[in-house]
Write a protein that binds this ligand. Sequence first.
Ligand code: HGY
Ligand code: MN
Ligand code: MN
Length: 438
Amino acid sequence: MTPPGADGARCPVHVEPPAPMTKSFSNLQIDSERLWGTIHETARFGATPKGGVRRLTLGPEDKQVRNWFRTACEAAGCEVYVDALGTMFALRSGRDMTKPPLGIGSHLDTQPTGGKYDGVLGTLAALEVVRTLNAAGIETEIPLCVVNWTNEEGSRFAPAMMASGTYAGDFTTEDILARKDADGVTVAEALEAIGYRGSEAVGARRLGAFVELHIEQGPILEAEGKTIGVVHNGQGIIWYDGRLTGFASHAGTTPMPLRRDALATFAEVVLAVERIARELGPEAVGTIGEATIENASRNVVPGDLTFTLDVRSANAATLDKFDIMLRKVFEEIAARRKVAVELNQVWRKEPTQFDAKLVDAVEAAAKELGYGYRRITSGAGHDACNLATVMPAAMIFVPCKDGVSHNELEDATQADCAAGANVLLHTVLALAGVADKG
Ligand code: HGY
Ligand code: MN
Ligand code: MN
Protein backbone atom coordinates (compact mmCIF):
# COMPACT_ATOMS: atom_id res chain seq x y z
CA MET A 1 0.00 0.00 0.00
CA THR A 2 1.72 3.16 -1.03
CA PRO A 3 -0.24 6.38 -0.69
CA PRO A 4 0.86 9.22 -2.88
CA GLY A 5 3.06 12.11 -1.97
CA ALA A 6 2.68 15.36 -3.87
CA ASP A 7 1.24 14.85 -7.34
CA GLY A 8 1.09 11.10 -7.23
CA ALA A 9 4.61 10.33 -6.05
CA ARG A 10 4.20 7.20 -3.98
CA CYS A 11 5.69 6.63 -0.54
CA PRO A 12 5.32 3.63 1.78
CA VAL A 13 2.97 3.77 4.75
CA HIS A 14 1.28 1.07 6.73
CA VAL A 15 -1.75 2.00 8.79
CA GLU A 16 -2.49 -0.47 11.56
CA PRO A 17 -6.11 0.20 12.66
CA PRO A 18 -6.07 0.83 16.44
CA ALA A 19 -7.72 -1.70 18.72
CA PRO A 20 -11.55 -1.57 18.53
CA MET A 21 -12.90 1.19 20.70
CA THR A 22 -14.22 0.68 24.21
CA LYS A 23 -17.85 -0.37 24.55
CA SER A 24 -18.75 2.98 26.18
CA PHE A 25 -19.72 4.51 22.82
CA SER A 26 -21.57 1.47 21.45
CA ASN A 27 -24.95 3.21 21.79
CA LEU A 28 -23.79 6.44 20.12
CA GLN A 29 -26.00 7.17 17.10
CA ILE A 30 -25.97 9.83 14.41
CA ASP A 31 -28.86 12.33 14.24
CA SER A 32 -31.09 10.77 11.58
CA GLU A 33 -33.31 13.82 11.11
CA ARG A 34 -30.30 16.12 10.68
CA LEU A 35 -28.69 13.82 8.09
CA TRP A 36 -31.97 13.44 6.20
CA GLY A 37 -32.41 17.21 6.29
CA THR A 38 -28.98 17.83 4.73
CA ILE A 39 -29.65 15.31 1.94
CA HIS A 40 -32.85 17.10 0.98
CA GLU A 41 -31.46 20.59 1.54
CA THR A 42 -28.58 19.98 -0.90
CA ALA A 43 -30.89 18.25 -3.41
CA ARG A 44 -32.17 21.77 -4.18
CA PHE A 45 -28.91 22.51 -6.04
CA GLY A 46 -29.78 21.15 -9.48
CA ALA A 47 -33.22 19.81 -8.55
CA THR A 48 -35.11 18.47 -11.60
CA PRO A 49 -38.92 18.54 -12.07
CA LYS A 50 -39.03 14.73 -11.80
CA GLY A 51 -37.46 14.76 -8.31
CA GLY A 52 -33.90 14.02 -9.36
CA VAL A 53 -30.74 16.10 -9.36
CA ARG A 54 -28.75 17.45 -12.32
CA ARG A 55 -25.48 18.70 -10.81
CA LEU A 56 -22.74 18.11 -13.39
CA THR A 57 -19.24 18.47 -12.04
CA LEU A 58 -17.76 21.99 -11.95
CA GLY A 59 -21.01 23.59 -13.14
CA PRO A 60 -23.00 26.32 -11.36
CA GLU A 61 -25.02 23.84 -9.27
CA ASP A 62 -21.80 22.10 -8.19
CA LYS A 63 -20.48 25.49 -7.08
CA GLN A 64 -23.62 26.00 -4.97
CA VAL A 65 -23.30 22.64 -3.23
CA ARG A 66 -19.56 23.11 -2.73
CA ASN A 67 -20.15 26.47 -1.05
CA TRP A 68 -22.82 24.87 1.14
CA PHE A 69 -20.44 22.00 2.01
CA ARG A 70 -17.56 24.35 2.86
CA THR A 71 -19.81 26.47 5.16
CA ALA A 72 -21.21 23.38 6.89
CA CYS A 73 -17.76 21.83 7.45
CA GLU A 74 -16.30 25.07 8.78
CA ALA A 75 -19.31 25.44 11.10
CA ALA A 76 -18.50 21.93 12.35
CA GLY A 77 -14.99 23.07 13.28
CA CYS A 78 -13.14 21.65 10.28
CA GLU A 79 -10.43 23.39 8.28
CA VAL A 80 -11.28 23.13 4.58
CA TYR A 81 -8.53 22.73 1.96
CA VAL A 82 -8.97 22.54 -1.83
CA ASP A 83 -6.47 20.89 -4.16
CA ALA A 84 -5.56 21.66 -7.79
CA LEU A 85 -8.48 19.56 -9.10
CA GLY A 86 -10.99 21.10 -6.72
CA THR A 87 -11.25 18.17 -4.32
CA MET A 88 -12.31 19.46 -0.90
CA PHE A 89 -10.68 18.14 2.30
CA ALA A 90 -12.37 19.14 5.59
CA LEU A 91 -9.89 18.32 8.36
CA ARG A 92 -11.08 17.58 11.92
CA SER A 93 -8.25 17.55 14.43
CA GLY A 94 -7.41 14.45 16.40
CA ARG A 95 -5.25 14.10 19.48
CA ASP A 96 -2.25 12.87 17.49
CA MET A 97 -1.85 15.24 14.57
CA THR A 98 1.33 13.48 13.47
CA LYS A 99 -0.80 10.61 12.14
CA PRO A 100 -2.29 10.84 8.59
CA PRO A 101 -6.05 11.43 8.91
CA LEU A 102 -8.68 8.76 8.35
CA GLY A 103 -10.54 9.89 5.21
CA ILE A 104 -14.33 9.57 4.97
CA GLY A 105 -16.59 11.00 2.26
CA SER A 106 -17.60 10.53 -1.37
CA HIS A 107 -18.73 12.96 -4.10
CA LEU A 108 -21.36 15.67 -4.63
CA ASP A 109 -21.51 15.74 -8.44
CA THR A 110 -24.29 13.81 -10.19
CA GLN A 111 -25.25 12.31 -13.53
CA PRO A 112 -27.36 14.48 -15.90
CA THR A 113 -30.50 12.70 -14.68
CA GLY A 114 -29.10 11.66 -11.34
CA GLY A 115 -30.66 11.16 -7.93
CA LYS A 116 -30.42 12.64 -4.44
CA TYR A 117 -28.27 9.89 -2.87
CA ASP A 118 -25.48 8.75 -5.25
CA GLY A 119 -22.33 10.21 -3.67
CA VAL A 120 -24.34 12.68 -1.61
CA LEU A 121 -25.17 10.16 1.11
CA GLY A 122 -21.52 9.26 1.67
CA THR A 123 -20.32 12.86 1.75
CA LEU A 124 -23.07 14.17 4.03
CA ALA A 125 -22.96 11.11 6.30
CA ALA A 126 -19.27 11.84 6.81
CA LEU A 127 -20.20 15.40 7.82
CA GLU A 128 -22.88 13.96 10.10
CA VAL A 129 -20.26 11.74 11.77
CA VAL A 130 -18.23 14.87 12.56
CA ARG A 131 -21.32 16.67 13.86
CA THR A 132 -22.18 13.66 16.06
CA LEU A 133 -18.65 13.44 17.49
CA ASN A 134 -18.75 17.19 18.17
CA ALA A 135 -22.06 16.90 19.99
CA ALA A 136 -20.73 13.97 22.05
CA GLY A 137 -17.51 15.85 22.85
CA ILE A 138 -15.43 13.02 21.40
CA GLU A 139 -11.95 13.69 20.10
CA THR A 140 -10.55 10.88 18.00
CA GLU A 141 -6.97 9.72 18.43
CA ILE A 142 -6.27 10.03 14.69
CA PRO A 143 -7.55 13.13 12.82
CA LEU A 144 -10.48 12.76 10.41
CA CYS A 145 -10.82 14.24 6.94
CA VAL A 146 -14.21 14.59 5.21
CA VAL A 147 -13.60 14.52 1.45
CA ASN A 148 -15.69 15.72 -1.52
CA TRP A 149 -13.91 14.24 -4.57
CA THR A 150 -14.20 16.21 -7.80
CA ASN A 151 -15.91 14.58 -10.82
CA GLU A 152 -16.64 11.08 -9.57
CA GLU A 153 -19.33 10.60 -12.22
CA GLY A 154 -17.19 11.11 -15.33
CA SER A 155 -20.23 12.34 -17.28
CA ARG A 156 -19.06 15.85 -18.24
CA PHE A 157 -15.31 15.06 -18.24
CA ALA A 158 -13.83 11.57 -18.68
CA PRO A 159 -12.72 9.48 -16.89
CA ALA A 160 -14.99 8.79 -13.95
CA MET A 161 -13.43 9.06 -10.47
CA MET A 162 -11.06 11.50 -12.12
CA ALA A 163 -9.75 13.35 -9.06
CA SER A 164 -9.29 10.31 -6.81
CA GLY A 165 -7.56 8.60 -9.75
CA THR A 166 -5.09 11.49 -9.98
CA TYR A 167 -4.66 11.43 -6.20
CA ALA A 168 -3.80 7.71 -6.50
CA GLY A 169 -1.21 8.48 -9.15
CA ASP A 170 -3.07 7.07 -12.18
CA PHE A 171 -3.06 10.42 -14.04
CA THR A 172 -1.01 13.63 -13.89
CA THR A 173 -2.75 16.82 -12.80
CA GLU A 174 -1.70 18.50 -16.05
CA ASP A 175 -3.31 15.75 -18.15
CA ILE A 176 -6.58 16.03 -16.24
CA LEU A 177 -6.65 19.85 -16.22
CA ALA A 178 -6.49 19.74 -20.03
CA ARG A 179 -9.42 17.27 -20.43
CA LYS A 180 -12.33 18.86 -22.34
CA ASP A 181 -16.10 18.53 -22.15
CA ALA A 182 -18.40 18.28 -25.20
CA ASP A 183 -18.31 22.09 -25.55
CA GLY A 184 -14.50 22.21 -25.52
CA VAL A 185 -14.28 23.65 -22.00
CA THR A 186 -11.24 22.31 -20.10
CA VAL A 187 -11.27 21.09 -16.50
CA ALA A 188 -8.94 23.99 -15.65
CA GLU A 189 -11.36 26.55 -17.13
CA ALA A 190 -14.33 24.98 -15.37
CA LEU A 191 -12.48 24.97 -12.02
CA GLU A 192 -11.55 28.64 -12.48
CA ALA A 193 -15.15 29.51 -13.46
CA ILE A 194 -16.52 28.24 -10.14
CA GLY A 195 -13.56 29.38 -8.05
CA TYR A 196 -12.46 25.89 -6.97
CA ARG A 197 -9.06 25.56 -8.61
CA GLY A 198 -7.15 25.07 -5.36
CA SER A 199 -3.46 25.65 -4.75
CA GLU A 200 -2.58 22.34 -3.09
CA ALA A 201 -0.83 19.73 -5.21
CA VAL A 202 -3.05 16.70 -5.80
CA GLY A 203 -1.92 13.96 -3.43
CA ALA A 204 -0.07 16.31 -1.10
CA ARG A 205 -2.83 16.00 1.52
CA ARG A 206 -1.99 12.57 2.90
CA LEU A 207 -4.69 10.19 4.13
CA GLY A 208 -3.89 7.05 6.09
CA ALA A 209 -7.03 5.13 5.10
CA PHE A 210 -10.43 5.81 3.50
CA VAL A 211 -13.97 4.56 4.18
CA GLU A 212 -16.89 5.46 1.89
CA LEU A 213 -20.62 5.02 2.48
CA HIS A 214 -22.72 4.73 -0.69
CA ILE A 215 -26.08 3.44 -1.88
CA GLU A 216 -25.67 0.02 -3.51
CA GLN A 217 -27.06 1.18 -6.85
CA GLY A 218 -28.16 -2.41 -7.42
CA PRO A 219 -30.97 -4.74 -6.26
CA ILE A 220 -29.24 -7.26 -3.97
CA LEU A 221 -29.56 -5.74 -0.47
CA GLU A 222 -33.21 -4.82 -0.97
CA ALA A 223 -34.04 -8.24 -2.47
CA GLU A 224 -32.41 -10.02 0.48
CA GLY A 225 -33.82 -7.65 3.09
CA LYS A 226 -30.35 -6.67 4.25
CA THR A 227 -29.60 -3.16 5.58
CA ILE A 228 -25.81 -3.09 5.20
CA GLY A 229 -23.53 -4.19 2.40
CA VAL A 230 -19.97 -4.92 3.57
CA VAL A 231 -18.14 -4.25 0.31
CA HIS A 232 -15.07 -6.47 -0.13
CA ASN A 233 -14.33 -5.92 -3.83
CA GLY A 234 -15.35 -3.90 -6.88
CA GLN A 235 -15.65 -4.42 -10.64
CA GLY A 236 -12.90 -3.35 -13.00
CA ILE A 237 -13.91 -0.93 -15.80
CA ILE A 238 -12.77 -0.31 -19.37
CA TRP A 239 -14.00 2.78 -21.24
CA TYR A 240 -13.72 3.02 -25.03
CA ASP A 241 -14.39 5.75 -27.59
CA GLY A 242 -15.66 4.25 -30.83
CA ARG A 243 -16.08 5.56 -34.38
CA LEU A 244 -17.82 4.00 -37.42
CA THR A 245 -16.84 5.50 -40.77
CA GLY A 246 -19.03 4.51 -43.74
CA PHE A 247 -20.05 6.77 -46.60
CA ALA A 248 -22.68 9.50 -46.51
CA SER A 249 -24.92 9.24 -49.58
CA HIS A 250 -28.33 10.16 -50.93
CA ALA A 251 -31.22 8.41 -49.15
CA GLY A 252 -33.21 8.24 -52.39
CA THR A 253 -30.68 7.27 -55.00
CA THR A 254 -28.29 4.91 -53.19
CA PRO A 255 -29.30 1.27 -53.81
CA MET A 256 -29.36 -0.78 -50.58
CA PRO A 257 -26.53 -3.20 -51.64
CA LEU A 258 -24.20 -0.24 -52.32
CA ARG A 259 -24.67 1.50 -48.99
CA ARG A 260 -21.94 1.85 -46.36
CA ASP A 261 -24.39 2.78 -43.62
CA ALA A 262 -22.66 3.67 -40.30
CA LEU A 263 -25.93 3.52 -38.33
CA ALA A 264 -27.01 0.11 -39.64
CA THR A 265 -23.50 -1.13 -38.82
CA PHE A 266 -23.84 0.39 -35.35
CA ALA A 267 -27.02 -1.61 -34.82
CA GLU A 268 -24.98 -4.82 -35.29
CA VAL A 269 -22.23 -3.44 -32.99
CA VAL A 270 -24.72 -2.75 -30.18
CA LEU A 271 -26.22 -6.22 -30.36
CA ALA A 272 -22.72 -7.75 -30.49
CA VAL A 273 -21.79 -6.00 -27.21
CA GLU A 274 -24.97 -7.30 -25.58
CA ARG A 275 -24.36 -10.85 -26.89
CA ILE A 276 -20.73 -10.96 -25.70
CA ALA A 277 -21.70 -9.65 -22.24
CA ARG A 278 -24.38 -12.32 -21.93
CA GLU A 279 -22.00 -15.03 -23.24
CA LEU A 280 -19.44 -14.10 -20.55
CA GLY A 281 -22.16 -14.65 -17.98
CA PRO A 282 -23.21 -12.75 -14.87
CA GLU A 283 -19.70 -11.53 -14.16
CA ALA A 284 -19.61 -9.19 -17.16
CA VAL A 285 -21.66 -6.20 -18.28
CA GLY A 286 -21.34 -3.99 -21.33
CA THR A 287 -23.08 -0.67 -22.01
CA ILE A 288 -23.17 1.76 -24.92
CA GLY A 289 -24.44 4.90 -23.21
CA GLU A 290 -23.74 7.50 -25.89
CA ALA A 291 -23.99 7.58 -29.71
CA THR A 292 -23.97 10.47 -32.18
CA ILE A 293 -24.57 10.48 -35.93
CA GLU A 294 -22.22 13.20 -37.14
CA ASN A 295 -23.90 15.68 -39.56
CA ALA A 296 -27.16 13.78 -39.29
CA SER A 297 -29.88 14.49 -41.84
CA ARG A 298 -33.09 12.65 -42.51
CA ASN A 299 -32.34 12.11 -46.22
CA VAL A 300 -28.65 11.18 -45.94
CA VAL A 301 -27.40 7.63 -45.34
CA PRO A 302 -25.31 8.05 -42.12
CA GLY A 303 -21.61 7.99 -42.96
CA ASP A 304 -20.02 8.90 -39.63
CA LEU A 305 -21.03 7.79 -36.11
CA THR A 306 -19.26 8.08 -32.76
CA PHE A 307 -20.12 6.18 -29.58
CA THR A 308 -18.82 5.32 -26.11
CA LEU A 309 -18.61 1.86 -24.55
CA ASP A 310 -18.37 0.87 -20.85
CA VAL A 311 -17.29 -2.72 -20.07
CA ARG A 312 -17.06 -4.12 -16.52
CA SER A 313 -16.18 -7.26 -14.61
CA ALA A 314 -14.83 -8.08 -11.16
CA ASN A 315 -12.47 -10.50 -12.94
CA ALA A 316 -9.53 -8.96 -14.83
CA ALA A 317 -9.23 -12.01 -17.15
CA THR A 318 -12.89 -11.55 -18.12
CA LEU A 319 -12.19 -7.91 -18.99
CA ASP A 320 -9.34 -9.07 -21.23
CA LYS A 321 -11.56 -11.69 -22.87
CA PHE A 322 -14.32 -9.14 -23.43
CA ASP A 323 -11.82 -6.83 -25.16
CA ILE A 324 -10.54 -9.59 -27.46
CA MET A 325 -14.04 -10.78 -28.36
CA LEU A 326 -15.20 -7.20 -29.07
CA ARG A 327 -12.34 -6.44 -31.43
CA LYS A 328 -12.76 -9.72 -33.32
CA VAL A 329 -16.51 -9.25 -33.88
CA PHE A 330 -16.13 -5.59 -34.81
CA GLU A 331 -13.54 -6.49 -37.45
CA GLU A 332 -15.88 -9.08 -38.98
CA ILE A 333 -18.81 -6.62 -39.08
CA ALA A 334 -16.62 -3.86 -40.53
CA ALA A 335 -15.27 -6.07 -43.31
CA ARG A 336 -18.69 -7.36 -44.30
CA ARG A 337 -20.27 -3.89 -44.31
CA LYS A 338 -17.23 -2.01 -45.68
CA VAL A 339 -17.50 0.39 -42.76
CA ALA A 340 -14.35 1.20 -40.77
CA VAL A 341 -14.73 0.51 -37.02
CA GLU A 342 -12.32 2.20 -34.58
CA LEU A 343 -12.30 1.27 -30.87
CA ASN A 344 -9.93 3.29 -28.67
CA GLN A 345 -9.48 2.36 -25.01
CA VAL A 346 -9.50 5.64 -23.07
CA TRP A 347 -9.50 4.29 -19.51
CA ARG A 348 -8.93 1.02 -17.69
CA LYS A 349 -9.48 0.56 -13.96
CA GLU A 350 -8.46 -2.82 -12.58
CA PRO A 351 -10.88 -4.69 -10.28
CA THR A 352 -10.70 -3.52 -6.65
CA GLN A 353 -9.81 -5.59 -3.59
CA PHE A 354 -10.63 -3.66 -0.39
CA ASP A 355 -8.46 -3.92 2.74
CA ALA A 356 -9.33 -7.02 4.78
CA LYS A 357 -8.83 -5.33 8.16
CA LEU A 358 -11.02 -2.38 7.23
CA VAL A 359 -13.68 -4.64 5.73
CA ASP A 360 -13.69 -6.59 9.01
CA ALA A 361 -14.06 -3.30 10.93
CA VAL A 362 -17.12 -2.39 8.81
CA GLU A 363 -18.59 -5.86 9.36
CA ALA A 364 -17.93 -5.69 13.12
CA ALA A 365 -19.70 -2.31 13.32
CA ALA A 366 -22.73 -3.60 11.37
CA LYS A 367 -22.87 -6.67 13.63
CA GLU A 368 -22.47 -4.66 16.85
CA LEU A 369 -25.28 -2.31 15.78
CA GLY A 370 -27.53 -5.26 15.03
CA TYR A 371 -28.12 -4.56 11.34
CA GLY A 372 -28.68 -7.36 8.81
CA TYR A 373 -25.66 -7.40 6.53
CA ARG A 374 -23.88 -9.38 3.84
CA ARG A 375 -20.59 -9.12 1.99
CA ILE A 376 -21.05 -7.70 -1.46
CA THR A 377 -19.20 -6.74 -4.65
CA SER A 378 -19.52 -3.19 -5.95
CA GLY A 379 -20.80 -3.12 -9.54
CA ALA A 380 -20.25 0.63 -9.67
CA GLY A 381 -16.93 2.41 -9.57
CA HIS A 382 -16.25 4.65 -6.57
CA ASP A 383 -13.50 6.97 -5.35
CA ALA A 384 -12.71 4.39 -2.65
CA CYS A 385 -11.81 1.99 -5.49
CA ASN A 386 -9.02 4.33 -6.57
CA LEU A 387 -7.84 4.99 -3.03
CA ALA A 388 -7.71 1.23 -2.37
CA THR A 389 -4.72 1.08 -4.73
CA VAL A 390 -2.64 3.35 -2.47
CA MET A 391 -4.00 2.93 1.07
CA PRO A 392 -6.29 0.71 3.16
CA ALA A 393 -9.87 1.41 1.99
CA ALA A 394 -13.34 -0.04 2.46
CA MET A 395 -16.98 0.73 1.61
CA ILE A 396 -20.37 0.47 3.25
CA PHE A 397 -23.54 0.03 1.14
CA VAL A 398 -27.17 0.61 1.98
CA PRO A 399 -30.13 -0.38 -0.21
CA CYS A 400 -31.78 1.92 -2.75
CA LYS A 401 -35.35 1.45 -4.00
CA ASP A 402 -35.58 -1.25 -6.70
CA GLY A 403 -31.79 -0.98 -7.02
CA VAL A 404 -32.33 2.05 -9.28
CA SER A 405 -29.60 4.69 -9.63
CA HIS A 406 -28.30 7.07 -12.33
CA ASN A 407 -31.99 7.83 -12.73
CA GLU A 408 -34.22 10.59 -11.28
CA LEU A 409 -36.28 7.87 -9.57
CA GLU A 410 -33.30 6.97 -7.34
CA ASP A 411 -34.63 6.65 -3.79
CA ALA A 412 -33.62 5.40 -0.33
CA THR A 413 -35.22 5.36 3.12
CA GLN A 414 -34.26 7.62 6.00
CA ALA A 415 -33.82 4.56 8.19
CA ASP A 416 -31.36 2.92 5.78
CA CYS A 417 -29.40 6.15 5.32
CA ALA A 418 -29.16 6.50 9.10
CA ALA A 419 -28.09 2.86 9.45
CA GLY A 420 -25.30 3.37 6.94
CA ALA A 421 -24.17 6.53 8.72
CA ASN A 422 -24.18 4.71 12.07
CA VAL A 423 -22.00 1.96 10.65
CA LEU A 424 -19.69 4.64 9.27
CA LEU A 425 -19.61 6.34 12.70
CA HIS A 426 -18.67 3.14 14.52
CA THR A 427 -16.17 2.14 11.87
CA VAL A 428 -14.55 5.56 12.34
CA LEU A 429 -14.45 5.11 16.12
CA ALA A 430 -12.85 1.69 15.68
CA LEU A 431 -10.25 2.88 13.15
CA ALA A 432 -9.48 6.37 14.42
CA GLY A 433 -9.73 5.44 18.07
CA VAL A 434 -10.96 7.74 20.84
CA ALA A 435 -8.46 10.05 22.48
CA ASP A 436 -7.85 9.16 26.10
CA LYS A 437 -9.02 12.18 28.11
CA GLY A 438 -6.37 11.25 30.61
O1 HGY B 1 -19.55 4.75 -13.36
C1 HGY B 1 -19.65 4.48 -12.17
O2 HGY B 1 -19.69 3.34 -11.77
C2 HGY B 1 -19.76 5.61 -11.17
O3 HGY B 1 -21.11 5.83 -10.93
N1 HGY B 1 -19.12 6.81 -11.62
MN1 MN C 1 -21.33 7.50 -6.79
MN1 MN D 1 -22.78 7.53 -9.96
